[in-house]
Design a protein around this ligand. Structure first.
Ligand code: SAM
Ligand code: SF4
Length: 366
């Protein structure tokens, strides 16, 4: 079995109003010190018991890293872990913080997949989100596809004021060489500036009907542009699926490095400290052993996000029981949510649409 490694870079140039991810604005000096702490984390947890075939630099905004540091981190992974001969190595970044020169240097440093957080091509919608605007996002995307064999874009739905016309414009600006898209529905997190703006009536959320109409249009148009939906929020062209995220959706073990990162390893979850403790060498301060009922629930939650669902033999191999026996009442009572075959189980389009209700049904049984 192969596993993925996630490396968290908790730094951003600015904090976007809607964002609840663990990231802060820090000086160049602090970012430099962080790389040393991260190398310590990677080296101290050295483990050659499983092959790592994906590395994902996520954030925050890993586009703020120096390419030399990215290369050092990849080298450390290679030295202290069993790295696959041809691992997928993704770097996530905000288009505002990269240039042609940095993208070329990231590629030379070992990055072979780039994920660009575009969110929307419309400046007014980005302003509503309280997000910095890239002056030339199309140029950065065109440069990215000329350098990296695989490029993914993040786009957002449900942005207040977003219309089908905005979505048409977004679609028209996705170059044909883009092989992967993540389409996230805006989540409003408490304690963000965005949530305050809503409470004060400065921003009005779209109605459910408006959001659903925009989403339907977006998803159908993507299919017309050669993308297939392979997960609730992810679309790809042939052979462009995110191998790293597939590890999460398959509920494989994964290693997490960096402040605030989480690892999942042999039925337990390990939580890294945040800054400043992480800089003081206290890397991981919490372990949670997951009861089998939680593992089953999470396994199903993740695997049913995939449009092809899962092979029943994988559930049996992990939990020793056929899933249809384990949750017989749900499969009988909610038959319209599931596509059952002798070998596999997936959600129907209705099940995918009501993904949250499906999960609630499993939660109630676990
Ligand atoms: C952690 S960000 C990393 C990318 C980079 N920091 C950026 O913003 O361009 C990963 C993605 O999560 C999504 N995201 C962040 N906050 C979100 C929210 N409140 N609701 C929905 N999606 C969100 C955005 O699409 C973003 O590109
Ligand atoms: S750039 Fe990305 S991670 Fe940073 S604050 Fe904005 S959405 Fe969050």
């Amino acid at each position: 079995m192969t596993v993925g490694a996630y490396i968290h870079i908790p730094f951003c140039e600015n904090k976007c109003d809607y964002c609840d991810f663990y990231s802060i604005v820090a000086s160049e000096e602090e970012r430099k010190d962080y790389i040393q702490a991260l190398l310590g984390d990677i080296i101290r947890n050295a483990d050659k018991s499983a092959i790592i075939d994906t590395i994902y630099f996520g954030g925050g905004n890993p586009g703020l890293l120096l390419p030399h540091d990215v290369n050092q981190l990849i080298q450390a992974m290679d030295e202290h872990y069993l790295l696959d001969v041809n691992p997928e190595i993704t770097l996530e970044c905000n288009p505002t913080s990269v240039s042609e020169a940095t993208l070329k240097a990231f590629h030379r440093a070992g990055i072979n997949r780039l994920s660009l957080g575009v969110q929307s091509f419309n400046g007014n919608l980005l302003a509503t989100l309280g997000r910095q605007r890239s002056k030339y996002p199309d140029d950065i995307i065109a440069i990215a596809v000329s350098i990296f064999p695989r490029v993914s874009l993040d786009l957002m739905l449900g942005i207040p004021g977003q219309t089908i016309q905005n979505v048409k414009e977004d679609l028209s600006r996705i170059p044909k060489d883009i092989g992967h898209l993540s389409l996230y529905e805006l989540t409003v997190y408490p304690k963000t500036r965005f949530s305050d703006h809503i409470k004060k009536g400065l921003i009005c959320l779209n109605t459910d009907e408006e959001s659903e109409g925009v989403e339907r249009f977006f998803v159908e148009s993507l299919q017309g542009q050669g993308f297939s939906q392979y997960e609730v929020s992810n679309f790809s062209k042939q052979d462009q699926q995110s191998k790293h995220n597939l590890h999460y959706w398959h509920y494989d073990d994964f290693k997490g490095f960096g402040a605030g990162a989480v690892s999942s390893w042999k039925g337990a979850r390990y939580f890294n400290t945040k800054l400043p403790q992480y800089m003081q060498g206290v890397i991981c301060d919490e372990r949670e052993d997951l009861p089998e009922s939680t593992q089953k629930l999470e396994w199903l939650m993740m695997n049913l996000r995939l449009t092809d669902g899962f092979e029943r033999k994988r559930y049996r191999a992990r939990f020793g029981l056929d899933v249809l026996e384990d949750f017989s009442s749900i499969f009988e009572e909610q038959a319209e949510w599931f596509r059952l075959s002798p070998d596999s189980i997936a959600l129907t389009s209705k099940g995918l649409l009501f993904h949250h209700n499906v999960l609630s049904a499993f939660v109630a049984k676990c």
